[in-house]
Design a binder for this molecule. Sequence first.
Ligand SMILES: Cc1cc2nc3c(=O)[nH]c(=O)nc-3n(C[C@H](O)[C@H](O)[C@H](O)COP(=O)(O)OP(=O)(O)OC[C@H]3O[C@@H](n4cnc5c(N)ncnc54)[C@H](O)[C@@H]3O)c2cc1C
Length: 487
Amino acid sequence: MSTKAVTVIGGGMAGMSAALALSSQGHAVTLIEQHERLGGKLRQATFGDQRIDCGPTVFTLKPVFDRLFGLVNERIEDHVNLKQANILARHFWLDHAPFDLYSNVDKTCEQVDAVFNAQEADNYRKFASQTQAVFDTLDHTFMQTQKPTPLSLTFSHGLTGVLKLWQTQPFKTLWASLAKDFNSPHIRQLFARYATYCGSSPFQAPATLMLIAHAERQGVWYLEDGMYSLVQAIQRLMEKQNVHILLNTKVTNIASNANGSVKSVTINNAQTRLADAVVFAGDTADLTAGSFGKRPQQAVPSRTDASLSAITRSELATTEGLQLSHHNVFFSDNYPLEFEELFEQQRVPSHPTLYVCAQDRGDAKDIDGPERLFTLANAPATPLSDEVIQQTVSSIPTWLKQYGLALESNVVPKSDSPNTFAQLFPSTQGALYGRPTHGMMGSFQRPGSRSRLKGLYLAGASVHPGAGIPMVCLSGMLAADAVQQDS
Ligand SMILES: Cc1cc2nc3c(=O)[nH]c(=O)nc-3n(C[C@H](O)[C@H](O)[C@H](O)COP(=O)(O)OP(=O)(O)OC[C@H]3O[C@@H](n4cnc5c(N)ncnc54)[C@H](O)[C@@H]3O)c2cc1C
């Protein structure tokens, strides 16, 4: 094994994880980020001295981060102020009583019994063990493995494991599976929403995505100093590991030598920097768009289908009428229509489901006065007119009022849309999660850590194992492992 000069392109969670892992292996690492700060989609909106997380807000799968910090002999608890949530999320409907989902199965069963009925509580208990079985089947052999295929997955499970794989239900949609598991349309809708965690529709995503229910049950954590404290912690560790971090610097070309392997990157269309290996941790759509030259363009398959985008609203506001938890979901009354509008009609839903993160609240904490709120509605990954965006952002309080939540903003809210996401993350058209996980093969179509171009490695939400901060963190560590294996 030799140590290499490795350039990581992209300072999101995937690129930072790759850089930290590579530095722990002894490589000389340079991390290049085009924006003025690290974190990528993990961002904050600022109102005076108040900061609101306006990217990811749900922190799950802590063991993935334990592993990342462990690579440099550190513990995440010593760097980030973590508190485990008791209530995973509070759910509201227009025609049904609110419902709290807990990390504890018994507590959730009690709640299902009280808010729905005993039969549904029984159904939930079965669902909980089914989702655990799916998670356990796929955790090591799929999520933590370089580019699995249906065949490699079958081999890794052996003959006895084939039945277990079958039980992950790749052939059925999440929606169809939930229709069998629960009688209540409200509970079905609640778990169907997990498909949107990877920018997908529950009407097209495989039932396998039910494993997210188990991932959440293993623990949702509040980061008491905000999600961005995770970026700051990893940045400090990278600095300690002597990772060379270049901000406000855009990679504009990836060049290879005569024998077809990567030899350098060009930054800001001007300066060339030699590299033995490059980890690209942006969206692969930018590679296939030709932004880095001809050879990198052919290094990965191009994709045509786009995952979801979002319209978001961040603000300081007073609320009245409903008791919010930290994570809250206000469901639309017509889920099939909502996803038809998003994916087939490519328009903002006429009545979107809204996710509201009340960032000052814990499980039971009440708030007096203005609080930090972040609201997200799914949107198609397509350019939208300013009028549609403005109308959606300003309709959010009106929609919330229908559920009984009065919201009065103390500031001019800040928002993001497919248009701003497209500007921030090139060639994505605002799609936030790479390729959607649709159909049985959806999970297998993302490229793995190695591209077709020798010396060019991949990490991030558009590659295996997919979107979400723990997943991209895994992809960064997988890319580092691939560089190490090839050294
Ligand atoms: C609104 C929103 C809510 C979300 N909610 C959750 C949640 O609750 N929980 C969860 O787990 N996940 C959530 N996600 C998804 C999660 O944020 C992403 O999957 C993850 O952060 C993606 O990380 P990444 O490193 O792959 O990509 P990115 O964060 O997009 O980082 C890529 C970086 O590469 C840089 N880059 C690209 N090209 C170049 C270049 N040529 N030169 C230099 N730099 C370049 C970009 O500027 C960017 O900083 C959410 C996402 C959004 C947008």
